[in-house]
Structure formats: structure tokens, C-alpha cells
Write a protein that binds this ligand. Structure first.
Ligand SMILES: Nc1ncnc2c1ncn2[C@@H]1O[C@H](COP(=O)(O)OP(=O)(O)OP(=O)(O)O)[C@@H](O)[C@H]1O
Ligand SMILES: [Mg+2]
Length: 226
């Protein structure tokens, strides 16, 4: 699913966002990325969705080599990603349902199925009753769930959620974490970033990536088969 060999990301102004990243993620894994503000969490997700390219090293995401000169192929590959952005990026003046539908543009889904998938996704996040509400009328947590519905309606192979629990109280944050984790299956890899380590410290299963100043520490936890 993801293969990184000695990947670095240096922004144009010289900021070293990621250093010598080595990573192997299998399909169907759940991955939690933690680290303080400015440590490189969003930068890592940007590399994974081809919004930035490695300055050095080799990165492959879903069989696609991530390089600047392959931008066209990478755009196609991105159809298999369901992104949940740190700042949501919902479209104001549109309803929750319309926002989820808009997230499915450019996918090979027949228009009739699109509406079905969109409604199903809203049901999945417990927001079917808000389908026709304008997104600016929604609470913070509800907006977050619309953003998640928009990602899962795409039926992605890879869900990338950037800080999906920021500003939520602990109970709601836990719920969002569990909701996102619930979409993991044999065909769907889920990657979630958070600065809140207390939300994941107790988790027994998954890949745990700790970033500090652009350097990764990777720990895999497995539930023992008894
Ligand atoms: N486009 C950019 N150009 C230059 N530097 C950048 C750019 N984007 C991010 N940075 C820098 O790269 C470093 C990593 O930023 P990044 O956004 O990945 O951190 P983060 O872990 O997501 O932080 P937060 O928890 O606040 O979201 C920071 O020093 C940041 O200032
Ligand atoms: Mg960030």
C-alpha cells in the first residue's frame, strides 16, 4: 500500500519537514500518526496524496511512484483516496448532502449510485437527519462528520484524515477516532493524524507513528491470537 525509502521533504524556503522516512504499510492497516504542532504530520499526508513530492528518496503509494513528472498518473491514483482535511474544506452555501456528492466528482460512479452512496455515507456518520442542512448551520463536530462522510462516500482504498478531532471534547474525539477506525477493512487502509496522544495510547492494534522534528518512530502493535 505504502512504501517509503529514505524520503525527505524540504520546502522551497529550506524548511526540512521530513527526514529520511522509511515506512512500510500493508493494505487494511490502521495507522495513527502523532507528534507536536509543526512536527510534519500534515506534510507526510501531503506526500501520500501527491500534494507535495519527496525532495529525496523513493515513495510508492498504491503502486504509484510519487514523483513530480508523474502528476497525471497521480491525479488518477488520487481517486482511490478519501481525504479528510485539517480544515474540512466544506463548501459553504451547500447542504451536507451536496457536499458529500461534490466529493464524488470525477469518480467512475453512475449518477444514480452517487446519491445512494452519499446518503449511505451520511447515515454511517449518524447525520442522515442533517442531509439537507446548509453546512454553515452545523456544529463543529457535525461538520467534521460531514467531511468524513464525504471521504467514505468515495469508497476509497486509502482514507487520510488530518487532525480529525482537533477542538472536540474527549468523548466526541474518541467517537470520531472509533468511527474512522471502523472503516478499516481488508481493502481499506486508514491513516489518522492527531496531536492528542491520550486518544491512542490505550489502543492495542495498529501502526503507531510518532513524528518529532520530521523524524519518524514506528511501532506496530498487534493483538495476540489466542
Ligand atoms: N508550504 C510550506 N512551506 C514551507 N514550510 C512549510 C510549509 N508547510 C509546512 N511547513 C513547515 O513544515 C513543518 C511541518 O509542518 P506540518 O504542517 O507538516 O506540521 P504538523 O505536524 O501538521 O503541525 P500541526 O499539528 O500544527 O498541524 C513546519 O515547520 C511548518 O512550518
Ligand atoms: Mg497539520
Amino acid at each position: 500500500m505504502i512504501e517509503a525509502k529514505d524520503v525527505s521533504l524540504i520546502y522551497e524556503n529550506g524548511t526540512v519537514a521530513l527526514k529520511d522516512v522509511n515506512l512500510h504499510i500493508n493494505p487494511g492497516e490502521i495507522v495513527y500518526i502523532t507528534g507536536p504542532s509543526g512536527s510534519g504530520k500534515t506534510s507526510l499526508l501531503k506526500l501520500l496524496m501527491g500534494m507535495e513530492y519527496p525532495t529525496h528518496g523513493y515513495l510508492k503509494v498504491m503502486d504509484q511512484v510519487m514523483e513530480k513528472n508523474r502528476a497525471h498518473e497521480i491525479r488518477r491514483m488520487r481517486r482511490k483516496i478519501g481525504p479528510v482535511f485539517q480544515e474540512f474544506k466544506l463548501i459553504r452555501g451547500r447542504t451536507a448532502f451536496e457536499n458529500v456528492l461534490l466529493g464524488m466528482r470525477f469518480l467512475d460512479i453512475p449518477p444514480k449510485s452517487m446519491k445512494e452512496y452519499a446518503m449511505e455515507a451520511l447515515e454511517n456518520v449518524g447525520l442522515q437527519h442533517k442531509a439537507s442542512s446548509l453546512v454553515e448551520m452545523l456544529s463543529w463536530g457535525e461538520s467534521q462528520r460531514v467531511a468524513i462522510a464525504r471521504a467514505i462516500a468515495r469508497r476509497p482504498s486509502l482514507i487520510l484524515a488530518d487532525e480529525p478531532t482537533g477542538n472536540l471534547d474527549v468523548d466526541n474525539a474518541m467517537n470520531i477516532m472509533d468511527l474512522l477506525a471502523s472503516f478499516k477493512d481488508a481493502n481499506t487502509t486508514v491513516i489518522i493524524t492527531t496531536h492528542a496522544t491520550h486518544l491512542i495510547d490505550h489502543k492495542k492494534e495498529g501502526t503507531f507513528i510518532r513524528i518529532k522534528n520530521g523524524t519518524l518512530k514506528v511501532e506496530k502493535r498487534e493483538v495476540a491470537n489466542v
